[in-house]
Write a protein that binds this ligand. Sequence first.
Ligand SMILES: Cc1cc2nc3c(=O)[nH]c(=O)nc-3n(C[C@H](O)[C@H](O)[C@H](O)COP(=O)(O)OP(=O)(O)OC[C@H]3O[C@@H](n4cnc5c(N)ncnc54)[C@H](O)[C@@H]3O)c2cc1C
Length: 520
Amino acid sequence: MNAPRVAVIGGGLAGLAAALRLASRGAEVTLFERRADLGGKAGEFRHQGFRFDTGPTVVTLPDVVEGAFADAGVGQAPVMEELDPLCRYRFATGRVWDVGRDAERTAAQLPEAQARSYRTLLEEARVLFEGAAPTFVHGPKPGALALLRYALRHGARAHPFRTLPGLVRRLGADRELEAFFLRFATYAGADPYRAPAVLLNIAWAELGLGTVSMKGGVHALVRALAEAAERSGARLLTGAGVDAVDVEDGRIRAVRAGGRRWDVDAVVSAADIEVGRRLLGRPAAGRVAPPSLSGFVLLLGVAGREPSGAHHTVIFPRDYAAEFAALRAGRLAAEPTLYLSVSARSDPSDAPEGHENWFVMVNAPPLPEAPTADPLASALPGGGRTPFAGPPLLDLDGEVASAAERRYAGWVVEELRRRSDFDPARLRFWRFVGPRQLARLGDRGAIYGAAPLGLTGALRPAPRLPGVANLALAGGTVHPGGGIPLVLLSGRNAADSVLAGAAKARPGVGSSLEAGPGAV
Ligand SMILES: Cc1cc2nc3c(=O)[nH]c(=O)nc-3n(C[C@H](O)[C@H](O)[C@H](O)COP(=O)(O)OP(=O)(O)OC[C@H]3O[C@@H](n4cnc5c(N)ncnc54)[C@H](O)[C@@H]3O)c2cc1C
């Protein structure tokens, strides 16, 4: 009877994690998702017997994924299997490097000096991760005291005045090893050349703790969370965008969705932080930092199987710094890093027999601030190469690509042909997701909110908006940041925060609930 009524806005991984946590602790939860399907960026596309994840493909910190279910005592994470190699790297020199969790096996493939540098950088990443994770990953947004404690214990060791490339070079990396270690900063949406040294810690999450493939794909996690949340009593509504919230005396009293008013005691907004601001009638944040990276993704139905192919492959360009110089200037790189993920190599049921499901992603700049007719047009790289002319190209909502999107997609396929052994004749169909499509989920198509620029910029925004007592924010644009495990943690933190707040605001309400720390 005393259960607080909590609305969760957004049915991505963060919103689902919050709904599960809240419902399993006895709150009366209604989750509102604007789109027809749950998952948000962690979407799924099925076509002609192929299955694709449309967003995240690399799963790190599997313990956090399992924890979301174990904490709730309901449901189970999808079956996860550690990948070996974690990823295959191809360099412009032709060198191929299989990187695994076995550091010695990984280092043994390098020339002696680089093997030494690899071990040193890996150890440095471990120290930085273990220093930072308790404060910046696992807990609620650190306050002044927690920051001071971190600064005293680990601050000096975290190279506060060094950039990431500065640190990587200092520890002896050559150009190839430098690109390899810098790339992990893009997992936080950072321009690695403007990232603080401490972001080297992300490398440990993958190289030291491992990455997994998920049975049924990453989207199976969305299904598992949704099922567990519903079993715990949460109501999950799709096609139900929240258009407005009613605020009275500094508290949200109701949310409005689908022409209906829903009375609430508290709200978790697990959509982009800018959605929360808009709903509360706040102006967009004065940008202290530009938006983080966006991406351009191709989903390719490909004939033929490559039994020796890796699940994940990264194909580096000749000049990694030039790629980010272009992105910084709002342009697509002339020779981008190509990231390829083929889940059918771990789970053959993801493609029809004799075929593979290729997810190909390149970094892209976020959309320009002032909307233009075809925003990608101004971002297209120069160069006289002729793009691959394939079949008609649609996005995942079935909309036809713009002229610039079509051209760029053809250009990426041509790059793939030029820099790997891919033969476009193997292509059965293609679909794409670009910055314009990602802008349906995140401000200006940025995947991770504001770019983590510099030391203080690497701290993610607080998961609340001042002046509204019963609102907590979750998701990749707030603390602790983007990426599967971090958004799951943000959902948990937000749930605990509103439960603690509800119990405080109305003694008796939620008295039987088990709230965690961090009341708003
Ligand atoms: C191409 C791509 C590749 C990625 N690769 C990786 C990877 O390999 N590994 C990794 O860990 N992470 C990766 N990420 C990042 C990861 O996908 C995200 O950090 C995470 O999925 C974000 O989850 P979220 O719940 O915070 O936000 P979202 O998934 O964006 O969910 C927010 C939801 O809110 C809904 N919404 C918005 N407004 C409203 C409203 N008014 N009312 C109701 N609902 C609303 C949206 O429709 C959406 O479903 C990738 C992302 C992309 C796009």
